[in-house]
Ligand binder design. Structure first.
Ligand SMILES: Cc1cc2nc3c(=O)[nH]c(=O)nc-3n(C[C@H](O)[C@H](O)[C@H](O)COP(=O)(O)OP(=O)(O)OC[C@H]3O[C@@H](n4cnc5c(N)ncnc54)[C@H](O)[C@@H]3O)c2cc1C
Length: 438
């Protein structure tokens, strides 16, 4: 899952309108939107472009099954994905392949119908429930019939190893400047508002900063005096060699989730379970995450291991002339869970025997950042004028990345927001609002 390389610009400017911290899909999409609006934007990435979640994800671009608060952003994002190859003048791998949630039992089907009636139909999505026969026609080679499926024909897929690079390079071609191996240590304020960022390579004066730091955003914010409740989970995936399975749709069923890749192989993962490492923040944030834990408990494997010590050793507070944690770990590269991948593979091969004895080319994992209500923060932070967050994408940020970048740019430039920004406001996480989990 090595991302397509993006070269760094060389000389750090002393001034910019906006500095974006983080070169994942959210930072790159925000940079592209701002550059297209004529804003002087600089993006700083501590490692390489898309080195963390944005190259490691499954590549699903879905509206289906989304939290209702995210559906408007997912709809806009699918439209933006549809234009992305042309806009970036590059292949991003986006295809409207359709996504299927396969159901084995009537209870699963009823659950999917509930989402369809309550959220998809009112918000005008194309999702439908397929009968058992209709599902079987879309899943040739299945060893047993399915009870039915939830299907969204205009959902899609894109290639994580190339898409963010394409977006970042397009941002540069529109005037953005990109610096890799360039950690941002912190912010400087003047009369209370943002006046500069301090990077490991020098200072950039600016009056607006966007933190799009994925799993690092909480640490950055803590040092800047902003509380951002954010935890992480580890999710694993693998890819097969090219295979003619006649299954072009992205789909999940039982314990597997698969997506046909542009290279002819499949990205395969356990469709349900992630690993929650116990780290010092697990205790600090236990209260905020309790409602989410109650909902997700069965989908999480808790683990006590090396990450507790690694995270405990990393500084929470540092001075601007000191090496920051972002320079100590350039790229988060957790070990994949072979046990969960084996379970995914067994479930897949049992249902679709064509996958028996396939060659697995690569296994990997990524660290996903989550908020207490599993909805991102795309928002100004009122306490520090000029400080914006675009983070906490809770496992959904690849698909909704283009829309998130557009919304962030709207908020920064004062343009009418492309979707209602209220569900994504920062204050909900710290003002005692009740967390709603869907
Ligand atoms: C295995 C897996 C499967 C997934 N599947 C899907 C899927 O199918 N569909 C979907 O929509 N989403 C999926 N996701 C989630 C999706 O990948 C993320 O939500 C999305 O990539 C988040 O993008 P980001 O830009 O916020 O974060 P990241 O891609 O993690 O980027 C953040 C970047 O910020 C940099 N950074 C942090 N702090 C600093 C600093 N101080 N200075 C400079 N740089 C800094 C980091 O180095 C990093 O490169 C999956 C995630 C994983 C791990």
């Amino acid at each position: 899952m090595t991302p397509h390389p993006v070269k760094s610009d060389q000389t750090l400017p002393d001034k910019a309108d906006v500095v974006i911290i983080g070169g994942g899909i959210i930072g790159a999409s925000t940079a592209l939107e701002l550059a297209e609006r004529g804003i002087k934007v600089v993006l700083c990435e501590k490692g390489i472009i898309a080195g963390e979640q944005s190259s490691r994800n499954w590549g699903w671009c879905r509206q289906m099954g989304r939290d209702p608060r995210e559906i408007p952003l997912a709809k806009i994002s699918l439209d933006l994905w549809g234009q992305m190859n042309e806009r970036t003048n590059c292949e991003t791998g986006f295809r409207r392949c359709g996504i299927l949630y396969l159901c084995q039992t009537q209870a699963e089907l009823a659950n999917r119908e509930h989402w369809l009636k309550n959220h998809a139909i009112p918000q005008g999505l194309s999702s439908t429930i397929l009968s058992s026969d209709e599902t079987d026609r879309l899943t040739p080679g299945s060893s047993l019939p399915w009870s039915g499926a939830l299907f969204t024909k205009d959902d899609g897929r894109a290639e994580p190893q190339i898409a963010t690079a394409a977006i970042a390079n397009a941002a540069r071609s529109k005037g953005a400047r990109l610096f890799t191996n360039c950690a941002v240590r912190g912010i400087e304020r003047s009369a209370g508002r943002i006046s500069a960022v301090i990077t490991e390579n020098g200072i950039i004066n600016c009056d607006t900063v966007v933190v799009a730091g994925g799993a690092w955003s909480r640490r950055f914010c803590t040092n800047a005096g902003i509380e951002l409740p954010q935890l992480t989970v580890v999710n694993s995936a693998m890819r097969s060699a090219p295979l003619d399975a006649h299954l072009p749709h992205t789909m999940a069923g039982e314990e597997f989730a698969i997506r046909k890749r542009l290279d002819g192989g499949y990205t395969i993962a356990h469709g349900i379970i992630s690993i929650a490492d116990i780290v010092p923040d697990s205790f600090r944030l236990a209260g905020a995450f309790l409602p989410a834990l109650r909902e997700e408990f069965k989908n999480l494997n808790f683990r006590v291991g090396g990450r507790f010590v690694d995270e405990a050793r990393l500084a929470r507070f540092w001075n601007m002339d000191e090496t920051s944690p972002f320079e100590i770990t350039r790229i988060l590269d957790p070990k994949p869970s072979h046990r969960l991948l084996e379970r995914a593979y067994n479930s897949l091969a049992k249902r679709f025997p064509v996958f028996n004895d396939i060659h697995i080319e690569e296994r990997w994992a990524g660290i996903i950042d989550v908020t207490p209500d599993a909805v991102p923060v795309i928002s100004a932070v009122a306490a520090i004028p000029g400080f914006y967050l675009a983070t906490g994408f809770s496992g959904h940020g690849f698909g909704i990345g283009p829309g998130a970048g557009k919304l962030a740019a709207d908020l920064i430039t004062g343009a009418p927001p492309c979707v209602d920004p209220h569900p994504f406001r920062y204050e909900r996480l710290v003002d005692g609002s009740k967390f709603e989990i869907y």
